[in-house]
Structures are given as structure tokens and as C-alpha cells.
Design a protein around this ligand. Structure first.
Ligand code: NA7
Length: 548
């Protein structure tokens, strides 16, 4: 489908924002504060993005609640009280609803609306946007707040339509919840979503069959209530902690005190002590202990072996423990999972682990599913099979820039952006936490705030200087892409078949999608670019009409 009408009869906006998650909500607020007219288009019936859709049992953020928060408003920061160290999905969704209400955002959000087409009109210098319901809008700026993990994916199994039981994808979980009591349940996939949901499902179901293609490294969350003194400390020092987090590679406080030396420079006993301390503390601390864990294979092996031994110590059946033990990729190069009782779940009598690499799921049947070896009769199938990460949601929209070029075509060999913010040939189209930015390799809340503020400052600059368009120059885009790739290849990340590499989607180009140069270097680059009059961007003609 291609946009055919002219802009004449359409509503016009300064900015159309796609998505009402963490990013879209703040973008709307920020633009409104600057006096722009803006509207969010959101596929769901409510705000929340990831936290609206991912309602599977056990869903939690793997970044600590106190850090996974907006910091742009002191009032908001002071009035909101997180209850748990790692907030569960309902609490995060409540938070985002609170934000939407507090800043009166809903009146500029159109729910139940997917953007189908966005085409840049060269003569008007506007984006012409069409929704799945046929609504049309013209906007000077189109801002994609579409999320990095929002295009849920069910593998292309034969028989999906003939299975008579219930099927669920963790990323599209029914709002009313699912009671698995007494059921036989198949769970396919052991990434974060599988690892979080399997213990909860196993507590209800009569029998759970877990189909594992690749075992994952996982460390305990040690979740629990946040102590009053910790809350108090954050009330007083929250901004200070955010500033410290911003100085760390992944924007996480837990990285603020890494050892100054390689994991290999300490005696084995000391290393073990450090890892044990991290394990006992819970969360990402264990792999943040030494600075070279994701750079040096030998260092990485020491951390990986520590976790492997933990798995062997927890899981009673040695054959099952071996199956659960990752061996063919470095720890943390697939996203490290943070769990509550995951490996312990395999000590239950009602949980069976199936090696879906040795015996892949071949097809769904009327009563369950079939591998090469045997059939499994089940009442429900849970697809914890992940997402077309970072590019899936964008490629799901027909986006056309100058000369009708499709973004999907431009990105056929992998996404090309400058700073993960803009793509050459697509003027006035911004991607919040787009490919080529730290995004999923950072605390998303922190990176979203940085992007939103950069984009808001940028469009205000254009308005104030009467400039109609901004776009990445082809040269800057090339240089950035090379830098993103070179930086990734200085690490161990490309060694894993991860969604960071696009490896989970058949046919997807195998390139490293986020930027791993670290939050501080990235922020500095963005700030410098802006301070030098948007270096690397082409600022277009004077506006025919001034936005706002
Ligand atoms: P992930 O991390 O992409 O995990 C998906 C899982 O599904 C993973 O174990 C895959 O195995 C598995 N998978 C995918 N396709 C198949 C087939 N055909 N057969 C068997 N198993 C399959 O998605 P999540 O939703 O768990 O987590 C996404 C992110 O959300 C997470 O990293 C956090 O950042 C939050 P594979 O490893 O590809 O062999």
C-alpha cells in the first residue's frame, strides 16, 4: 500500500509520534512543553508499550526499579514509590499510566491505531501518515517510539492453525491472565521471557514441557521489597545516582565500581569470591565485576564457568543440568537473564526439558506438538520465542523517504543510521533508541530520556532557525555504521547467535544492531554533534511554514 492522497484535507501536526511506551510518552510531554502540536498513535488500547503487551506470568524488568524510572520530573520522582527491587509488569504499567495521567497525556494519544504508511512528501516537507483505520495526518516530524522488542515472533511451525488447544505468545499475553492449573503446557523458548515465566507456569500446571533450543546463562534476581532506608536514600540522592549511572558503559549503577583490572589478573580464589559476591547480590553485578568479561574470551570463560558450576549445583539430575548448561557462546553475549527460581524449577517432578536443538519441534498437531522423536499432548502452548528485535517494528510500517525509497529496502542488508537517530534520505524521521544507539545495551529508561531530549532540542533548534528539514548525511551515516561494527567486533558479542545480531530471525542480515561503545561516549558524541550545529546532518531549506 502506498499513500496516494495529498496533504490538503488532512489534520496537520508538528509531530506524529508512533508508540505510547516509555519513549513515546516522554516525547509527547517534552514536545508539548516546547509548544509543538504532537500526537501519539498507539496500537494498544492503553499506554505502556512493552509493559502493555508483555503480561506473561513472572514478567519483570531486569533493570532495578529505582533506576528504571524517568528522571525528568522531580515531582514525579518524589511521588512515585516502587515496591520491589525488580518491579513486576503490573507495577511498571501502573507507573506509566500514572505518568500519562499526571502529565495529561491521553488527550493527545490515539489508541487502537497502527500506523500503516508514512511517506515523506518532498514538496510540502511533511510526513504523510496513514493509520490502519484509514485516518490520515500530515506531520512535519515523524518520531518512531516503536520499541526495540515489540514485533513478537512465532516461528513458522507447520500446523499452527490445526492445534485445538490454546496458544499464547509471551509478548501478546491475554489481559485477563491465564490460569494453567491442571493443564499440560508446552513452553517453547528459554530466553528472558521463558526463564521468567517457566517457574510460575510450573507452579500451576500439572505438566510442563520446556523446549529449549539454546540454554541460557541466568543469574538470580534476589528480588524483594525495597528497604525503607534505600527508598529514602533514593528520594534524596536519585539525581546523583542517575549521573553516576550515566558515566558507566551500560548506564547501570551496578557497573560503577568495576575492578580496575582484568579477571585474569587476580588469583582464582579471589575471582571466585568476587563472582560469588555478585551472585549473592543478584542481578547484573556478577558480570560487571571485571571490565574485560565481554572483551576477553579467557576472562569471559571464568565467569561462564562460575555460572555453569552454579547450574550443576542447583539442578539435581546431572543429565538435565548438562542440558541447561550453556557451552557454545560467551556469557552475556546473549542477553544475560535474571531469574527467580529458574534452574530450581527443573527439580520439580512436573517439569520436563526437551533438547529442541537435537530434536527440533517439527510441527504442531491437533493435540499438541511433534518432534522427530515423539509427540507431546498438551492443552496449551506458550511461545516464548522472542521478537524481530530493533528493526521489526519499523520494517512493519511502510516508511518511504526521499524519491519514494523504502526504509526496509535501504535496510535490506542491515539497518543504516547515524547515531541510531536518523537515516540518510529520510528527513525529519527520528527513531528513539534506534539501531546503532546503545538502546538495549543500556538502561532503556536512561537512553530514552537522552534521545527524547536530544530530539526535542533538535526540533526546537530547527524551529528557532526557520529550518524545514534535517537528515543524516550519507557520509556521516557510513562512518557511524563502520564505527558501530568495528566497536562490536572488538567485543565477544558477535560470537553468539543472539537477537542483538539478528540471528534469531531466519533470513535477517547478521549484523550487530545496537551500539556497544558505551553510554558516556555515545552521549558525548550526540552532544558534540548538536553543539557543532548538527554536524553530520544536512539541514534543509528554510521552512515554507514555521512549525508551531
Ligand atoms: P529471546 O531472548 O529472543 O528468546 C527466545 C527464545 O525462543 C530463545 O530461547 C530461542 O532459542 C527460542 N526459539 C526461537 N525460535 C525457536 C524455535 N523455532 N524452536 C525452539 N526455540 C526457539 O526472547 P525473550 O522474549 O525471551 O526475551 C527478549 C528480551 O526481552 C530479553 O532479552 C530481555 O531484554 C527482555 P535460540 O536462543 O534462538 O536458540
Amino acid at each position: 500500500m502506498t499513500f496516494m492522497t495529498t496533504a490538503k484535507s488532512m489534520a496537520t501536526l508538528d509531530a506524529a509520534i508512533v508508540g505510547a511506551g516509555f519513549a513515546g510518552l516522554y516525547m509527547l510531554h517534552r514536545l508539548r512543553e516546547l509548544g509543538f502540536s504532537a500526537r501519539i498513535y498507539e496500537a494498544g488500547s492503553g499506554v505502556g508499550g512493552t509493559w502493555y503487551w508483555n503480561r506473561y506470568p513472572g514478567a519483570r524488568c531486569d533493570v532495578e526499579s529505582l533506576e528504571y524510572s524517568y528522571t525528568f520530573s522531580e515531582e514525579l520522582r518524589k511521588e512515585w514509590q516502587w515496591t520491589e527491587r525488580y518491579a513486576a509488569q503490573p507495577e511498571i504499567l501502573r507507573y506509566l499510566n500514572h505518568v500519562a495521567d499526571r502529565f495529561d497525556l491521553r488527550r493527545d494519544i490515539q489508541f487502537d491505531t497502527k500506523i500503516a504508511v508514512a511517506v515523506f512528501n518532498e514538496s510540502e516537507k511533511q510526513w504523510l501518515i496513514e493509520t490502519d483505520g484509514g485516518d490520515r495526518v500530515a506531520a512535519t516530524f515523524c518520531i518512531m517510539a516503536t520499541g526495540c522488542l515489540s514485533a513478537a515472533r512465532v516461528p513458522d511451525f507447520e500446523g499452527l492453525e490445526i492445534f485445538q488447544g490454546k496458544q499464547y505468545h509471551t509478548g501478546h499475553w491475554p489481559h485477563e491472565g491465564v490460569d494453567f492449573t491442571g493443564q499440560r503446557v508446552a513452553v517453547i523458548g528459554t530466553g528472558s521471557s521463558g526463564i521468567q515465566s517457566i517457574p510460575v507456569i510450573a507452579g500451576q500446571a500439572s505438566q510442563v514441557y520446556v523446549f529449549q533450543r539454546t540454554p541460557n546463562f541466568s543469574v538470580p534476581a534476589h528480588n524483594g521489597p525495597i528497604a525503607e532506608d534505600v527508598k529514602q536514600d533514593w528520594q534524596e540522592n536519585g539525581p546523583k545516582y542517575r549521573a553516576i549511572a550515566e558515566s558507566t558503559p551500560f548506564g547501570l549503577l551496578v557497573q560503577s565500581k568495576p575492578a580496575a583490572h582484568s579477571a585474569l589478573e587476580v588469583a582464582a580464589a579471589e575471582r571466585e569470591r568476587v563472582y560469588e559476591q555478585g551472585w549473592q547480590a543478584g542481578g547484573f553485578g556478577m558480570i560487571a565485576a571485571f571490565p574485560d568479561i565481554v572483551i576477553n574470551r579467557e576472562s569471559n570463560d571464568t565467569a561462564a564457568e562460575f555460572v555453569r558450576n552454579k547450574i550443576r549445583g542447583i539442578v539435581r539430575n546431572p543429565a538435565v543440568a548438562e542440558m541447561l548448561t550453556p557451552k557454545d557462546y560467551p556469557i552475556a553475549t546473549k542477553r544475560l537473564c535474571i531469574d527467580t527460581g529458574y534452574f530450581e524449577t527443573y527439580n520439580r517432578d512436573n517439569v520436563t526439558l526437551i533438547d529442541a536443538r537435537a530434536t527440533p519441534v517439527e510441527a504442531l498437531t491437533r493435540t499438541g506438538l511433534r518432534t522427530r522423536d515423539r509427540e507431546f499432548e498438551v492443552d496449551s502452548i506458550v511461545f516464548a520465542t522472542g521478537f524481530d528485535a530493533m528493526t521489526g517494528a519499523l520494517n512493519g510500517i511502510e516508511i518511504r523517504g526521499r524519491h519514494g525509497e523504502a526504509l526496509k529496502e535501504k535496510w535490506a542488508a542491515g539497518p543504516r543510521t547515524y547515531l541510531g537517530l536518523m537515516a540518510a534520505g529520510f528527513p525529519n524521521l527520528f527513531t528513539i533508541t534506534g539501531p546503532g544507539s546503545p538502546s538495549v545495551l543500556s538502561n532503556m529508561a536512561l537512553s530514552i530520556e537522552q534521545h527524547v531530549e536530544w530530539i526535542a532540542d533538535c526540533v526546537a533548534h530547527l524551529r528557532d532557525h526557520g529550518i524545514a528539514t534535517i537528515e543524516a548525511s550519507a557520509g556521516a551515516e557510513n562512518e557511524w555504521l563502520n564505527h558501530v561494527n568495528e566497536t562490536a567486533h572488538q567485543t565477544l558479542f558477535p560470537l553468539a547467535n543472539s537477537w542483538y545480531m539478528g540471528a534469531n530471525i531466519p533470513g535477517k542480515p547478521r549484523v550487530f544492531l545496537p551500539y556497544i561503545g558505551g553510554v558516556p561516549a555515545y552521549r558525548q558524541k550526540c552532544d558534540e554533534v548538536a553543539a557543532r550545529g548538527y554536524e553530520g546532518f544536512v539541514l534543509g531549506e528554510r521552512a515554507a511554514r514555521s512549525p508551531a
